[in-house]
Design a protein. Sequence first.
Length: 167
Amino acid sequence: MQLAWPKALDAISPERLAQLSERERRMLLIGAVAFVGVLLFGVILPLDHAVAKERAKLTQKRADLAWMQSVAPELASSAPPPAASGESLLVIIDRSARESGLAGSLAGSEPGGPNSLTVRLEHAPFDTLIGWLVRLSQQNGVLIDSANIDKSGDAGMVNASIVLHTN
């Protein structure tokens, strides 16, 4: 069985190359080198960089997960939160946010049911937000049902939607 050349390759067969003038062969070579350069620098290297960047993110997220799993038993065994002070959850959230310096980041809140509140924060410092949530839990017995925290552009700044409740 004899392999047939695809018709597109007939244009660059050795016989056809021999028929080209020196100038045409040089132009064909320059075009081939340019194509390889565009392929290498325009596709392969950016793709490789993106894959390496995502691998680094994955490694960091795995390290974060391992740390969270290592401190989870300690947090679970800590003392139960203190009894509620009788203040409404909205008052507790507002007061504690002002005390923590997050009042300017509070974008709104919505009741989510009995003793439940969804709080939205925009452009809040991540470390301050986490400290605030810890204090809410330890000092006021406020528990976190769920939290959605996204990067907001600047380093260390986040947007968050947090569902909080009291017993």
